[in-house]
Design a protein around this ligand. Structure first.
Ligand SMILES: Cc1cc2nc3c(=O)[nH]c(=O)nc-3n(C[C@H](O)[C@H](O)[C@H](O)COP(=O)(O)OP(=O)(O)OC[C@H]3O[C@@H](n4cnc5c(N)ncnc54)[C@H](O)[C@@H]3O)c2cc1C
Length: 384
């Protein structure tokens, strides 16, 4: 067991940190207020190889044996400055990229993977529907087999990147009589297919620089070649995808919590009350210590789950454990940071207010905290 990052990983961490400081930080507060997403930031991240870790060299990646851990190390540094720009890690290779690698054809891999790695193409994945969230199998989207193509109808909602993505991993029933075994996964060219429209969701609590929206399929003609795996493999594809995307979500939660801790430490060492720095009050020290301990523990849980994945081992329990603890840590730590900032913590003039709002997303996306506990407890109780 080695707890030290390699020299290469330390360099990646520094590259991620510098990028966040130089390319994201200068405009983030203004952009958050204007709900502005900058696709050029995603492209630059691609050019720097931020999405390359989990993809083999022949498809434009690095083929690193520690690819997931490498990627998450960079992702934490980005999320420390902006939770919104932590999301592209999932939208490019950790989500769609790995699905294509694990379930796609050689043609899919050659056509899409290099462009997802470089950021030339943006991706998304669409599971959630207006009446189907945690209960994935209750989805209503239907792809009817028409011999030479599928005809897809349905509405997906709360889809990250909906209105900017070129391609999407879309889940729909091909045989509703088979319950979850009747769901299939499709690699859909969202911008080049007739019958597909999108609608932005502009009422979000946080993640204001990350596009979110609905995708509506109305008699969309999906070629047979878009099928990932076999008809009916969709639920398996989806669950294997979530084992990866939950990891990136968990490290983003850690990043946001660390960003809040950094801000709280700086503020506590500057702000004076009762004639001394507030960092001299034991109750403030207690809050800082709690944040630090939780963040360290959450990061180690994420690293362990990532290492298992990099070794090709099953990690569903470890992923849910890490995702649950990191999400709760992020909400707790950002809440403590708001407390330490006092009234300034309640103000959008300071970043901890934004971090507090963004952190709430981690308890919801990629399976809620309750759902992670269902997975953890059913495994621990031997019911799975
Ligand atoms: C910012 C953002 C981005 C998102 N991006 C995407 C995306 O890119 N792609 C995508 O497909 N979806 C995306 N989602 C949707 C997200 O994955 C769902 O919101 C999530 O799975 C929860 O579903 P729901 O909101 O319908 O809640 P519901 O499933 O309706 O849950 C409501 C409440 O009931 C609880 N609950 C439900 N079932 C159980 C149970 N069995 N035991 C105990 N409690 C339970 C939940 O924990 C929750 O508290 C995104 C959501 C947000 C907020």
């Amino acid at each position: 067991m080695d707890f030290e990052l390699s020299e290469d990983q330390l360099l990646m961490q520094k590259t991620g940190r510098d990028f966040a400081q130089n390319e994201i930080s200068p405009t983030i507060e203004k952009d958050e207020k204007e709900h502005r997403f900058r696709p050029e930031i995603v492209r630059k991240m691609g050019e720097l190889g931020f999405f390359a870790g989990v993809i083999p060299e022949e498809f434009g990646g690095t083929g690193s044996p520690t690819g997931m851990l490498d990627t998450l190390i960079i992702c934490e540094e980005i999320a420390r400055v902006s939770a919104s720009y932590g999301l592209p890690f999932n939208m490019q290779t950790i989500g769609p990229g790995l699905v294509i690698l694990n379930w796609g054809t050689d043609e899919h891999m050659r056509k899409y993977l290099p462009r997802l790695v470089s950021g030339e193409m943006m991706g998304c994945f669409a599971i959630t529907e207006p009446n189907s969230g945690s209960d994935v199998a209750s989805m209503k989207s239907l792809a009817v087999d028409k011999e030479d193509h599928y005809l897809l109808n349905g509405t997906k909602t709360w889809i990250s990147n909906a209105q900017v993505a070129d391609i999407g991993i879309v889940y729909a029933y091909t045989d509703p009589s088979q319950k979850h075994k009747g769901i299939s996964a499709f690699l859909v060219e969202l911008k080049n297919t007739k019958g597909i429209s999108t609608k932005p969701i502009e009422t979000k609590l946080g993640l204001h620089c990350a596009p979110t929206g609905e995708i509506i399929f109305e008699d969309a003609r999906i070629p047979k070649s878009a099928l990932l795996g076999k008809p009916g493999d969709g639920f398996k594809v989806c669950m294997s995808m979530l084992d990866n995307t939950r990891l990136s979500c968990a490290i983003r939660a850690v990043g946001v919590a660390k960003g809040a801790l950094d801000a709280a430490v700086k503020y506590a060492n500057e702000r004076e009350q009762f004639g001394k720095k507030i960092s001299e009050f034991e109750m403030i020290q207690d809050q800082i210590a709690e944040m630090f301990v939780d963040i360290q523990a959450a990061r180690l849980l994420v690293y362990r789950a990532a290492c298992l994945r990099d070794k090709g081992l099953r990690n569903t329990l470890e992923v849910s454990t890490a995702k649950y603890f990191a999400a709760e840590t992020s909400v707790k730590a950002t809440g403590l940071a708001v407390k330490i900032f006092g009234s300034y913590g309640f103000s959008s003039e300071y970043p901890v207010e934004r971090m507090f709002r963004d952190a709430k997303s981690f308890q919801i996306v990629e399976g809620t905290s309750n759902i992670q506990k269902v997975i953890i407890s059913s495994t621990v109780l031997g019911k799975k």
